[in-house]
Write a new protein. Structure first.
Lengths: 122, 122
DNA sequence: CAGTATCCAGTTTGATACTG
DNA sequence: CAGTATCAAACTGGATACTG
């Protein structure tokens, strides 16, 4: 509740917080099951399929495969295949994907405060 | 990420090599279908049930009702009933809910850049 | 290793209708 | 206005089995 502007004027370029379908799509992409954690892991650098899976307990092959493809379609993740003999595939964030860093940091930050509320109630 | 370098120095059984369940829960709460937009609207100040619904195209009564309850359970939203004659119910962010502001702003910010990628590719 | 295909149970959604 | 009930349809996730 940063401002008391009840209703933005229609000409407002919708400061980041106006009703905006991009925002909607973005937050649901990031928040889609598993995606947040996958992205979080990728933020530390490129990883192989199995490395991601190992880092995310409960995530199955099928799910990871599907999510990775969605993330690729969203241009957030890039799939890299090496020509090497033991074909090696790695996944990395694209430039726009890397820019999710502040977003994920903000969420991680908030989640700590949010968790405190629970711990206190214990 | 704020916590991915954190080791299990304590006896926190939940934190495994950077895998943080709070982060997971937080991002999925925020990213759950409709929640992002509902939260976004509430950020501008308390709103009545119908005001929220009107501000979010496609959102049905049943969905809004359910989401609002989940958000309440998560202590992010507070339901306020006035004693006034035409009983009036409003929904507002709790203190911890208000602290989502930077998070949502970061997402909104990112979503703009993300959208540019599409426009450019066309 | 790095996936894909399929089956299927469980969950989520969205109309529609109805209450205080 | 502020919801709740219900029910069918769509979607999701997980296990298992199978490629290259």
């Amino acid at each position: 509740m940063a401002s008391n502007a009840k209703r933005a004027t229609q000409d407002e370029p919708a400061t980041v917080l106006g009703h905006c379908p991009r925002f909607h799509a973005a937050i649901e992409l990031i928040g889609r099951r598993w995606n947040g954690v996958i992205l979080q892991r990728l933020l530390t650098g490129p990883l192989r399929f199995s490395e991601i899976r190992r880092g995310v307990p409960g995530l199955t092959d099928a799910m990871l495969s599907q999510r990775l493809r969605e993330l690729e379609d969203a241009a957030v993740v890039k799939r890299i295949v090496t020509d090497q003999r033991p074909v090696q595939v790695t996944y990395a964030l694209t430039p726009i994907g890397s820019q999710l860093s502040p977003v994920l940091t903000a969420v991680a930050d908030w989640s700590v405060q949010w968790a405190e509320r629970d711990e206190r109630a214990t």
